[in-house]
Ligand binder design. Sequence first.
Ligand code: FES
Length: 168
Amino acid sequence: MNERMSEIAFTPERMKRFEALVAKYEEPACALLPTLYLAQDQFGHLSSPVLEYVARLLKIPPARVFEAASFYVLFKKKDMGKFCLQVCNNITCTMMGSEDLIHVIREDLKLKAMEVTPDGTFSYMPVQCLGSCDTAPVVQVNEEYFENMDQQKFRDLLRALKDGEVKV
Ligand code: FES
């Protein structure tokens, strides 16, 4: 995507959602986090021009927007490819085998944390608890959860994603 400042703008549908969000709060700035989610949903990741756009929309200093985007790990600061594999590495998922899934990522995809495959299909992002510990280990792919994973299920999922059999 060309990210020249003049070309960064919410679609009309997202602009309506943004306006509805802001209307819920006394101060537009209070809508910062949901606005960042909206922006990530549209632009794929939060580049500097996107963060500056959000700052202008909310009429707050860009530094405040950059700070929030950096603090929360679920906001992507760079293009993470078509499928961002977010593997929970918190205690329950670790005890239930998330290291086996990370092994598949390292061995099959040759990815380390925050790397993207050369063809832009997969990236890997370690994350903290995804709030689904009873179905550990959990992998989030873009916005979708895949639960009770093991190495075979995970390899099958990667193949199905690549072949377009599973949509996320
Ligand atoms: S520890 Fe993995 S979802 Fe909670």
